[in-house]
Design a protein. Structure first.
Length: 344
């Protein structure tokens, strides 16, 4: 596998490290606007025979870098659509960690072109969305019919992610309800969601996040799909203002929660999966595994979609994440009890 990575922030640098540890990687090219900084990152990866640095202005790809690549991993804050289009023109798969609603919708618009070129554009391959999509697919396998999906997340991966989280609380959310999209006010729909210990319970609210847009196409017939993010009262009150203090450079402990409701024969049931980790670390691992699967032809189809739609064998995907230290668990019993790891 020959990979190119654009964006070396909190998530991108973790993804680069995960790619270097991926079996079958022949070459990783890091695109960075500063040759010295890019060189330091490449040196830290301790694989001089497999890692190269290409210099280009921020948010662009130098000429010739994609000519011999198999997959492009996009970890920049913006401009994913135009960069993905350039990769498709060069016959290169794309993996994007985009988690804003507008970026995700723009990338999904490349589905027809990607299908025509027999290439994959993996959209939202991060912590949430990303790991949440794989958990939804895994949980759905235990049902005859999936009726509802409810996602909640807590934490951010780095400064760019924290800024998007802040903006998301100030923009309308989009939920799927009985076969149609419904816009809901951000900051509404307060729900106490339980995440794995030591996070525990947190108040979560509607926000402009893309989870539903990625999950609905993967589960035909699903009646309801919602997504919420954890927030404090201050987060909600200041969402319309610039951030009042600088975000954490790395992000603290984060968590995700996915609830699947459906039918097993005549019986309605539900299952809840959760995971905790540093969001940047988890996102980097998910993106790296998605890139390897795209390059190896292990995704279920060509086109632009989320992991819930492109991964039809979630157990091997989750096992690979667990090997890299990213583990999920299933809730059992009361709201705070979590059992053994998923796909152990």
């Amino acid at each position: 596998m020959r990979a190119v990575i654009l964006g070396t922030g909190a998530v991108g640098s973790r993804a680069a490290r995960q790619l270097v540890s991926t079996e079958g990687l022949d070459r990783l090219t890091i695109v960075h606007p500063d040759i010295e900084v890019g060189g330091l990152l490449a040196e830290a990866l301790a694989a001089p025979d497999r890692v190269a640095v290409a210099v280009s202005p921020r948010g662009t790809i130098p000429s010739g870098v994609l000519d011999e690549a198999d997959v492009l991993l996009l970890a920049t804050p913006t401009s994913h659509r135009s960069l993905a289009e350039a990769a498709l023109e060069h016959g290169v798969h794309v993996v994007s960690v985009a988690d804003s609603l507008s970026d995700v919708q723009a990338l999904l618009g490349l589905d027809a072109e990607a299908r025509e070129r027999a290439l994959a554009v993996v959209v939202g391959a991060a912590f949430a969305p990303g790991l949440t999509c794989v958990l939804a697919r895994h949980g759905a396998m235990g049902f005859d019919a999936v009726e509802e999906l409810h996602v909640a997340s807590l934490g951010t991966g780095g400064p760019a992610c924290a800024k998007r989280h802040h903006r998301a609380l100030g923009r309308d959310s989009i939920d799927w309800y009985d076969g149609g999209w419904r816009r809901r006010p951000s900051g509404s729909g307060r729900e106490l969601c339980w995440f794995p210990d030591p996070v525990g319970g947190a108040d979560c609210y509607r926000a402009s996040v893309p989870d539903a847009v990625l999950l609905v196409p993967a589960f035909p017939g699903v009646r309801r799909v919602t997504a919420r993010i954890a927030a404090t009262r201050r987060d909600r009150l200041t969402a319309w203002l610039p951030m009042l203090r600088p975000p954490h450079p790395e992000g603290t402990l984060g968590a995700v929660r996915v609830e699947i409701r459906g039918r097993r024969g005549p019986v309605r049931d539900n299952v809840v999966y959760g995971a905790i980790d540093r969001p940047a670390l988890a996102a980097g691992a998910v993106a790296a595994v998605a890139a390897a699967w795209a390059a190896d032809g292990r995704l279920v189809r060509a086109g632009a979609a989320g992991l819930a739609e492109l991964v039809d064998e979630p157990v091997p995907f989750l096992r690979e994440l667990a090997r890299r230290g990213i583990r999920a668990a299933v809730f059992e019993g009361n709201a705070t009890a979590v059992s053994s790891p998923v796909a152990s």
